[in-house]
Design a protein around this ligand. Sequence first.
Ligand code: 26M
Length: 821
Amino acid sequence: AKSADTSSITYSKAQIKQSIVKHLHSTLGTDENKANNHAWWKATSAAMQELVLERLRTTQKTHYINDTRAVHYFSAEFLMGRLLSNNMHNFNLFETADAALKELGVELTDVLEEEPDMALGNGGLGRLAACFLDSLATMDLPAIGYGIHYEHGLFRQEIKNGAQIERPDSWRHYGNPWEICRPESIQEVPLFGYVETKYGANGRVKKEWHPGNIVKGVPWDIPIVGYGAKTVNVLRLWQSESSDYFNWDVFNSGGYVDAQRENIQAETISKVLYPNDETRAGKELRLIQQYFFCACSLKDIIRRYKRAHGDDWSRFSEQVVIQLNDTHPAIAIPELMRILVDRVELDWDTAWGICTKTFAYTNHTLLPEALERWPVRMIEKILPRHIEIIYEINHRFLSLVEKKWPGNNVIKAKLSIIEESTEKMVRMGNLSVVGSFAVNGVAEIHSKLVKENLFPEFEALWPGKLKNVTNGITPRRWLKACNPLLSELIGKKIGNDWPSDLTRLNKLSEFADNTTFQNQFMKVKQKNKEALAAEIKHLTGISVDTKAIFDIQIKRLHEYKRQHLNLIHIMALYKRLLEDPSYDMHPRVFIFGAKAAPGYTLAKDIIFAINKVADKINNDPRVNHIIKVVFLPNYRVSLAEKMIPAADVSQQISTAGKEASGTGNMKLALNGAITIGTLDGANIEIAEEVGDDNIFIFGMTVDEVTELSKKGYNPFDIYYHNNEVKAVLDWLDTDYFTPGQPGALSSLKNSMLSGGDPYMCLADYESYSEANRALNIAYRDKSRWAKMAILNTAKMGKFTSDRSIADYVERIWKLTPCTVE
Ligand code: 26M
């Protein structure tokens, strides 16, 4: 295992100080007296970027000389968060920079707060991509991330009168010190138009795509510094621009019919990130975004490959592996086929052989509404050649299916890439499985369900193609950087090697029963809670008792994640306290952070309900010394970094079978929070690691959920048999929480009753309530709780993203590390 060996980059406090001041003067045109925190942030970042770029040059040279095989991580989202603190930690210069700035009369913590989050992602999928880039660089693996340079990342959330308001996020508005524009690597992307069929002299049919529009892709590179700062990889993000020379009129004077005449304002392509997660947008612009970044990235990869290998395509898949982060970049499969068949003029089978040795696909969801399907007509219009290629891929694939299951049209219809509905659709998941050499789910249970439920016949067709790689998180950002007090305590106890070999945390288990260590551990937790309490006060004006249990649910707002189950339980506790003032419970602060997709009405209603219930409880002197409810607005990476270290309890309460993995569950447990959760996603593996005594598991299993839906689930059965459930749901119909507005929270009740309670909140309610009672009792035993918390931290070694990446390398990518310098 490596530690942060930065022997090659020694930088003294004096040097850093000098560099920061230099940049203050000559990059920012200001001086030590005039500079505000923003200027200090820019200057400090510029000073770091100098070191970063030197390592980047060395890395790129080394990779070039060694002609390394590299993974190309294609993702529509990279949720990077802030970079300065991370880069300083990875260079092992955090303390030195802190000291240098102190001498300049500046607080590093204030400077770090100036950096806007790079929020080019919705949630788990985008953040996973960011953690993976960190691990890839840390493990000296040659890798490039490819994505979109959105002008606006995920919207900023404001809460007005309890409701979510979306505001644009302009993360680059005042400049981004980390990115480098590379105009020398601009690519062109064709769109729309028509396909001409030509007959060559050899009798071969040649297809020529005459695009109706061409846009430019401008690459911006963000250096990705590994821990120890040896390898610096890049994240290359494409920005769209109109192409200056492509002259619509010249094309149009050819007299082509108006039907071909589709135009697009080129700049809009990379303008904004779609704020949907777990649901399809179905918008043309979204498809264009996907094709845009895939086309640019493939051209970039091919240009680099040709520089080393010329026209010898036989080694392409030895040098290049492309990982598709869900189906969002799946259009890259027919795009590579188009290049190889139409441009390089390889025969179909050779081209397909290359393709299917190059792509691998990760599935992140089983929710039917999230599985991407594009209307054939839409692809036909935007990418007329690709739809032909998709049909050809499907035709050949279906002959394979015919061979395996002769005459079985049911299986054929199920597996077909084309869904023969009234409006014909392309199933991007099926296309991805057919076009890849490996497919993986993101936790054991999820991969099992992918294999058994989503793509069952595919497993029979290609045994071994469907795999599992359990997700992970980078312990650099999610422990070392975000929780300095705990990191220091851990370091004192077991040394400082854990960030690059997280299984070493297991050595903390030895001290789980040690009273002194328990006290130290819980004292750190207490300090972190006090810091979060101050932040809560600052952001919402709400005062919270730091001796209370800090109970945290942070994730996108979605019915399947069941924030509303948490809410009705809070209401039940409130009711118990009102009915019996001596009701015995430890004070508890319920803290939420969640963004709802702007078009997802019920999700927004749940946010509204949380805020209304919060208002009532927080202002009710009968209970507000025992329960508080806090909704922190604008949940994002940098806010997560403040919340997670302060959590006592981690809410991971999705309906079993719905949460593919979860990664927040890992971050919270790593920071010593105890999970109350269902047997879903990675919770199952977390439970295996920490043991049943150190987690509160409740609710139905996947099999029980399936059984109940089969038999027919009726939430009214529970409503009429559980008085507490009935009282709480009926409460939502009154104006108790929304004075003068009866019915303002009714949609929640309706969704859990007449709406059929699709995610079975009521079915799991009783069990959830019991798990909460057990949790409450456990917290009262200080020593028991401390032991549990310590063991949670100690047992999280498996969930480092370094392990996930090692699994990808071994099971899928077959990469070898390349030591830089
Ligand atoms: C799709 C179409 C149009 C616009 C946006 C989308 C879209 C964007 C993001 C759909 C899904 C998106 O993300 C899904 C996601 O974040 N899934 C989560 O992935 C994590 C990493 O594997 C898992 O831990 C979570 O369980 C899973 O929900």
